[in-house]
Design a protein around this ligand. Sequence first.
Ligand SMILES: [Zn+2]
Length: 232
Amino acid sequence: MTDQKRRDRRDRRERTRSQRLPFVICYLSFVILFSSCAIRPTFRTVVVDPGHGGHDPGATQRGVLPEKVWTLDLAYRLKNRLEQAGFTVVMTRTTDVFIPLENRVLISNSQPDVIFVSLHFNSIPKREIQGLETYYDTNRSAKLAAKVQQSILQLPGAFDRRVKTAPYYVIRYNTNPAILVEGGFLSNPVESRRIASPSYRDALADQIYAGIVAYRGRTPLQEHAAANTATR
Ligand SMILES: [Zn+2]
């Protein structure tokens, strides 16, 4: 083969390669786009974390039971909803005991495909402050936080204090999607009366549950139907 022929052949190869490049880039971006759309959370286990407990009462307010009582009560209500829909629920505490934050996180981090939902009620010296807020810390938890906040705002009289980020230990060191829900202010007279009502705590558990299944891309009805088919 002459040098000229070799050069021609190499030039042709270069040209085809450079012509192909935009197509390859285009194809790859489609693959990335569609695969990210197709990824839906697959978790079937929810770690429910009732805030505080034992010697840590959480928020305290005169005339109202401490936060640790309400978070545990709400956790059981949420657990029931989730189990009815076929989810496995792991509670970080089931009684009035103190569980260090590291241990709560370990319960979540020891499992690969779970979500972590920490339950709290707020308190602040300014008694007029009210509302519901959901915290997350890492990007992997942003969508879960958004879905749950959107859902709890359906509660009658709910005031939106929005989705926020904060480096709370239980969500910062979690390797799974992890959120912290503040279900109202014990320091606000209207909200503390609401929190003390079992029907509010039921409704709040329902809406947190609905937010969790919305994050999985389902409605509560679809989730319930799927659970019934699975057990048949
Ligand atoms: Zn708290």
